[in-house]
Design a protein around this ligand. Sequence first.
Ligand SMILES: O=C(O)CCC(=O)C(=O)O
Length: 298
Amino acid sequence: MTRRLSPHEIEQYREEGYLVVPELVGRARLAELRREADRIVAEAGRVAANDDVYDLEDSHSPANPRVRRIKTPHRWSQVFLAAVSAPEILDVLEPLLGPAIRLHGTKLNMKSAGYGAAVEWHQDWAFYPHTNDDVLATGLYLDDCEEGNGPLMVLPGSHKGPLHDHHAGGFFCGALDPVASGLDFRRAAKLMGPAGSLTIHHVRAVHGSALNTSNRPRRLLLHEYAAADAWPLLGMRDSFEDFNARVVRGQPTIEPRVAPVPVRMPLPPAPHQGSIYENQKGAGRRFFSRLEEVRAAE
Ligand SMILES: O=C(O)CCC(=O)C(=O)O
């Protein structure tokens, strides 16, 4: 039976800007995704620096491969490609985004046991503003996620608030200043659940996650989806045909819906382009500890 969101869950998403759907994805798909993730990570020993596939931990070496993120996994694997149109995921999204949904992007954040990097507080909207904000990200936990292994955290209701400044030193840095923003991070909700659980967060929700110093990995497969009538303000990265081919449910449209949304372009680009981890190296003030700081304090 297809899982559908209850009116209460839809209301929670609208009010709080996030949701967890426990154990949405079944064992068979989960096992395939985990196997594919292992396969791609096992090949990281051949690279010494970040490339189109891998975002590497600062402590990575070919002899001791450490992957922080697999970039756009749907481009490298049929299993990940199939997951972006998984009916169990799209059925849950329809009441939140409407009948026509386009994929924006995918990533697999590894957060490995013992050293998996933090992601500083940010709003996805700062990275990819659209003509309207019916845009969200789903996160599929490939491992059980509990308090200790770096759950995704979201500030409830922050999607209804301002777009925070994600610039530092005159460049986009992909992180907000935890002090200047005036936000109370003690209010953050921890999105946890057994492997197969799906997190959903609104594109304007403030979110982040801590370093994983536990002995348990926390892999989170992120899919970014937009209502098909939300068009990216930074322009199309691909051809019109490819743009439309990313519509995973319903029909494409050439009539963007334009809403009065707060926008600040992520420009000039971060000096460390490539991924959020690289961008955030430009941030002035950090909230989460880094591995070297934890090690130094031990
Ligand atoms: O992996 C996480 O916990 C945070 C993911 C995230 O917000 C991102 O990669 O943009």
